[in-house]
Design a binder for this molecule. Sequence first.
Ligand code: GLN
Length: 320
Amino acid sequence: MDITLSKQQIQDAAHTAYDFAAKVTGGANANYIPYLANIAPSLFGLSVMLPDGTAFNIGDTGYRFGIESVSKVPTAILAMRQHTPAGVLEKIGADATGLPFNSIFAILLENDHPSTPLVNAGAISACSMIDPKGDSDAKWKAITDNITDLCGSAPQLIDELYHSESATNFNNRAITWLLKNYDRIYDDPDMSLDLYTRQCSLGVTSSQLAAMAATIASGGVCPVNGKRVFDPAIAPKITTLIATVGFYQHTGDWLYTSGIPAKSGVGGGVLGVLPGVLGIAAFAPPLDDAGNSVKAQAAIKKFMQTLGLGIMNGDRVTIA
Ligand code: GLN
């Protein structure tokens, strides 16, 4: 079916979704990273960006929160830019784990693969893949420049979060050294873990994440400034990874009920990609048991339902 949507309809749907989700309660802030436990749980923002750069922002969309696991998306893109999608498949994999984001069990089950760059194991491995090898500062610059290009504006490190996370990331240290044991860390292990921890501690706004999502939805061109960030062939690959594991052990339920591939972070952010149509992001700190924002899920789901959209629907969507 052909669906034609006006920008007004999209804006109205965003307001409907925001008002609906604002009343949704439940969930709790992440408490295993001390900084995140103390963020105001009432914060809530919803942002949509279209491929032509039109943006709709409702609520706390200028608040900088910890990007956390949403950072796995841009660094997977960077690893594909530097080493091709086939290189990422070979060195990390593209399989859903069906297990929590920080699972060590998942590594043991697939002892030759970290599974996917969108769980902790694969994301630490992806940081190790980033060139130039052996140079922490230059790797960090490559990681943050890539995020800046995808968002059309720069993220900012939240120092307090970085220290909070570095002081408590014992599970991730175990993951890193277990992966090293399986030859799946492609640079210095401590440096790779530090880069991963630092990228998780970057502060971003929901409007920046919506721009990143819109860049992916647009096949690699950032709608904020028209700059091509990555080869169009990477877009379906990263969207596939997001669709298959973006919500960890709840990914199937999420895609089944929402119709949009999306990636969450324990900072409360969620980024959703509807290829060729739009990017969406929401932020609210309280999380469900898999670490996915309760309000952000409610808002994005309501937005999709209000417009009758779904990636599996087979519709051709035009924005007039
Ligand atoms: N930095 C967090 C961690 O490694 C990210 C987890 C997440 O957002 N799901 O535990």
